[in-house]
Design a protein around this ligand. Structure first.
Ligand code: COA
Length: 328
């Protein structure tokens, strides 16, 4: 802090200083009244830039997020589970579609977004850079990662940018179904044979730390929270969402007789706040900056999909032309 103005306030102040002060004040007043912003409305350049960054990262997360579970479609136990998993993976890709559409309303072409994903310029969620080693991993992903995503998305669907809110509302309806599917698979394993029980516990142990990272760095280290909160893009802080996750899901995990791999996790009954052990924020930074266990593999698969799908995109643009379909 310098005097009573924070460094973030000064940075925002500098950027906003280039905007028309009257327009800026009217924009903030509109946000404060809880009104929505539509694509044709005036908005500060930094509001646009922040939204593109966040929605684009979210879209990339959905499309890359289809990969760890997608690898299990052929190995899902039984026909019904295969069908359900296939439908879920298709939903996730559809979510990317909705989100790319929302980001495009802000002026960034989809080709540029995809290019930024493939060249590593844009980020996507940390959690999708870990392998789904067993069938139980897919159950934990569908239950707890989708639960974490729902907490984030239901909260932010009340935000200020209308196209993003509309996409989030629709996504959350499908995610709620995924969560039930994931919970059903976890319950089946947790109430199954000792081997199945051990398998789901091991998967939970593997995914706990990435799920802690999913909500973003602690508030004190969050770069964008302050301005995004002021502009009602982020409707709760990273730490608040993590606390909400503990409140809703830790009791459910314990109820199934499963444990959480964090000996320091406990709720203070007076404050209602959970305290937890350091989930290794250095690992988080490494993973989101490209050095996680599966980052290279995930982007390589996306690049391959991009190359293999080129003739489809071209055919959609020019249906009468002749195309060569790649053999692989
Ligand atoms: N995975 C990857 N990167 C993450 C992350 C995560 N779980 N959490 C934070 N980051 C990145 C941020 O993108 C930012 O990097 P950048 O400046 O290069 O863009 C940096 O870490 C600092 O974090 P913070 O200032 O807290 O970012 P934020 O205010 O944007 O909050 C989210 C992070 C994820 C909470 C927020 O972007 C969000 O709600 N996104 C939409 C939902 C979403 O993408 N969900 C994932 C798939 S379901």
């Amino acid at each position: 802090m310098y005097g009573n103005i924070s460094i973030v306030d000064q940075a925002i102040g500098k950027k906003n200083a280039q905007e028309d002060p009257e327009k800026l004040a009217a924009f903030q007043a509109k946000i404060d009244r809880g009104e929505k912003i539509e694509p044709h409305d005036w908005m500060p350049a930094d509001y646009r830039r922040q939204l593109i960054r966040m929605i684009e990262q979210h879209a990339h997360s959905e499309i890359i997020g289809a990969l760890p579970e997608g690898t299990w479609i052929t190995r899902a136990p039984g026909f019904k589970r295969k069908m359900a998993l296939m439908a879920k993976v298709q939903d996730e890709v559809g979510h990317a579609q909705l989100l790319y559409n929302a980001a495009e309303t802000l002026g960034k072409p989809r080709e540029e977004m995809i290019n930024d994903l493939l060249t590593g310029k844009s980020k996507y969620s940390n959690v999708f850079n870990y392998p789904a080693k067993t069938w139980a991993d897919t159950a934990v992903i569908a239950w707890l990662i989708d639960a974490a995503a729902i907490i984030n998305q239901v909260t932010n669907s009340k935000g200020s940018y209308a196209p993003y809110c509309r996409a989030l509302e629709r996504i959350c309806q499908e995610e709620s179904f995924h969560l039930k599917y994931g919970y059903d698979n976890v319950v089946t394993l947790a109430t199954g044979t000792p081997t199945q029980r051990a398998m789901v516990q091991e998967a939970l142990n593997r995914w706990w730390r990435p799920i802690m990272h999913f909500f973003g760095p602690p508030d004190i280290a969050s770069v964008h929270s302050e301005i995004l909160t002021r502009w009602k893009v982020k409707m709760a802080s990273n730490d608040d969402m993590r606390q909400q996750f503990f409140n809703q899901y830790v009791p459910k995990i314990w109820e199934l007789g499963l444990t959480v791999p964090d000996p320091e996790l406990r709720k203070d009954e007076v404050t209602g706040k959970w305290s937890y052990g350091d989930p290794d924020w250095d690992e988080f930074k490494r993973v989101i900056n490209g050095d996680g266990p599966c980052n290279k593999e995930r982007l390589a698969v996306r690049r391959m999909a991009e190359i293999n799908g080129e003739w489809v995109r071209n055919a959609l643009k020019k249906p009468t032309a002749k195309y060569t379909v790649p053999l692989s």
